[in-house]
Design a protein around this ligand. Structure first.
Ligand SMILES: [Zn+2]
Length: 100
């Protein structure tokens, strides 16, 4: 009689980078999503059940608002519904011309 333990078998999530199943929970991020860490490759990230990539147009819209309207990240978070953590990541990826 095969009795599955619902505690041990929790949908067996996999690492999105190397595909390993040896991942452990690693707390939660700002928006409350469960984060995982892969013990095989060391990747540390949120596993997204459904991929939710932000459309480039929307991304630009948010970044433009932050840059031109001098919107704070928290304000942008409220207005656009995008986590400020995400926005700051976008800002880091998009190096702005240093003028100061
Ligand atoms: Zn991995």
């Amino acid at each position: 009689m095969a009795r599955k333990s619902s505690l041990a078998v929790e949908a067996a999530p996999r690492c999105t980078r190397c595909g390993s199943e040896r991942i452990v929970k690693n707390g939660k991020n700002v928006c409350g999503h469960q984060q995982f860490r892969c013990r095989a490759c060391g990747a540390c990230r949120v596993l997204r059940p459904k991929s939710r990539e932000t459309a480039p147009e929307r991304k630009n819209e948010v970044l433009r608002a932050v840059a031109t309207e001098r919107l704070s990240l928290r304000a942008a978070e409220r207005v656009f519904g995008v986590a400020r953590h995400t926005i700051s990541r976008w800002l880091e990826k998009k190096p702005q011309p240093a003028h100061r």
